[in-house]
Design a protein around this ligand. Structure first.
Ligand code: GDP
Length: 454
């Protein structure tokens, strides 16, 4: 890689603006724009000391008073010399500083270039580098916890452990074949099978965590379904804790889909409030109902809302038909009113029936506890071993299936060669996750998705 010095504004607005530099000349470049209050130059002050001073461009008057720090290679996040300026966040000042740095031959960093340099300098494996983006985008503490563990190497170390065992097994095989005269322990198929079996079990477990990881990262699509006036919009508002959907006594008010994000403990729920389901001839309302049903068919969880103060109608039966066989909860609303609904009938269709009052909030706690439980996210371990990245998940699935093919080959009496070839395929796929064998194209593609300054 080129060893030029790069810089970027690392903050997105706000009272403090940080400029980061990485490369051999980082501290030297900062010397040209920053004057320590104690005199001298930043580059002469020991590394890692936050130093107070002024921004002074050429012979001009001070532009800002700020802190600066420099770090020496390899003890920095990129593994190169680095420097940082922590200014007051004026975009004009930050741009002036950047322009002065460009005049000194410092180059604007590309998206993700700091993290890419950290990867190329062996500071992070590829799985950890990818977690940087996840961490920035985390919308729940649990998602952040998982990404932070990945950033600290949780996925990488587990994968490396599996890969190392496979490599050792394959190397042993080749040693026995290539050096028949040496006194090497015989290669035993049983031992090889045991190694592959252990690897497959770990890889499948990790690959399967992707679905839950994706849900944690992107949110779970959840749809509120029910005939008009059962209190769907009121329920959405209660979940949100504010008025978002229009609540009226006139049936058919919500015609389009309203989507909102609600955080329920570790779960990010993308809740869609939909048009009330009923038989209608109004073409606009009909379109709204069709959309509601389409949304329901792709949702991970359906909240089917019924009005407990009225007997069930044909429209309620339509809702039931859509929700049965799916992950769903019958939300029997208006529990504050005298009950007139046939609860037993609802219980026949739903495994989970919850009486609530969206208006008073009664029963909402039980609902917000039940949802993460039904999605299997209430007891999930957020230890970084939950895969959230599609590229890693695909490579894991490939590695796991090559292991399975190897096992199948071994059990069905295939030659050693064929089995070892599958094991080598698994090793290659695992190397793609950590970056041990990955092409430049893939590396470039990954870092393109980063923000500038990271
Ligand atoms: P939607 O058509 O299903 O979205 O129903 P809305 O949320 O617009 O509510 C319809 C009517 O039912 C409104 O007058 C609400 O105030 C009322 N409502 C909603 N939830 C409750 C509840 O829990 N108890 C009572 N008593 N009324 C409710």
């Amino acid at each position: 890689m080129s060893n030029d010095t790069i810089a970027a504004i690392a903050t997105a607005g706000g009272p403090i603006g940080i400029i980061r530099l990485s490369g051999a000349r980082a501290a030297e470049a900062v010397d040209a724009v920053f004057q320590p209050a104690s005199g001298g130059k930043l580059s002469e002050i020991p590394a890692n000391y936050l130093t107070y001073g002024q921004i002074r461009l050429e012979e001009g008057a001070p532009l800002d008073c700020c802190f600066a720090v420099h770090m020496n290679a390899p003890r920095s996040s990129t593994g190169e010399n680095m420097a940082e300026l922590q200014c007051h966040g004026s975009p004009a000042v930050l741009l002036e500083i950047m322009n002065a740095l460009y005049r000194l031959g410092v180059r604007q960093a590309e998206a993700g270039e700091f993290t890419k340099r950290a990867f190329l300098n062996g500071k992070l494996d590829l799985a950890a580098a990818e977690a940087v983006n996840d961490l920035i985008a985390s919308r729940t503490a649990e998602a952040a916890q998982n990404a932070a563990a990945q950033l600290m190497g949780a996925v990488g170390s587990r994968i490396r452990q599996v890969r190392d065992e496979l490599v050792e097994m394959v190397a042993h095989f080749h040693a026995v074949i290539d050096y028949p005269d040496e006194e090497i322990d015989p290669f035993l198929f049983e031992n090889a099978q045991e190694v592959i079996h252990r690897a497959a079990a770990i890889l499948y477990r990790l690959a399967e965590s992707y679905e839950r990881g994706r849900i944690m990262h992107e949110g779970v699509p959840c749809v509120i379904l029910g005939k008009p006036n059962t209190g769907k919009s009121t329920l959405l508002n209660t979940l949100l804790g504010r008025d978002r959907a229009i609540v009226t006594e006139m049936p058919g008010t919500t015609r389009d889909i309203i989507e909102e994000t609600v955080r329920l403990g570790p779960v990010l729920l993308r809740v869609s409030d939909t048009a009330g389901i009923r038989n209608t001839v109004d073409p606009v309302e009909k379109e709204g109902i069709d959309r509601a049903l389409r949304t329901a068919s792709s949702a991970s969880i359906i909240l089917a809302v019924f009005d407990s103060s009225e007997p069930l109608t044909d429209d309620d039966l339509m809702v039931m038909a859509r929700a049965t066989g799916r992950t769903s909860i019958a939300v029997v609303n208006k529990s504050d009113l005298p009950s007139a609904v046939d609860l037993e009938h609802i219980t026949r269709y739903f495994q989970h029936v919850l009486p609530i009052s969206a208006k008073t909030g009664e029963g909402i706690d039980r609902l917000t506890e039940l949802i993460p439980h039904l999605l299997g996210l209430d007891t999930a371990a957020f230890d970084g071993e939950m895969i959230t990245n599609a590229r890693q998940a695909a490579a894991l699935a490939r590695a796991a299936s090559r292991c399975e093919e190897a096992l199948f080959g071994a059990q069905s009496g295939m030659t050693y060669d064929a089995v070892i070839m599958d094991a080598e395929g698994a090793i290659a796929a695992l190397g793609e996750i950590t970056g041990q064998n990955v092409t430049d194209d893939i590396v470039n593609k990954i870092f393109e998705n980063f923000c500038v300054g990271k």
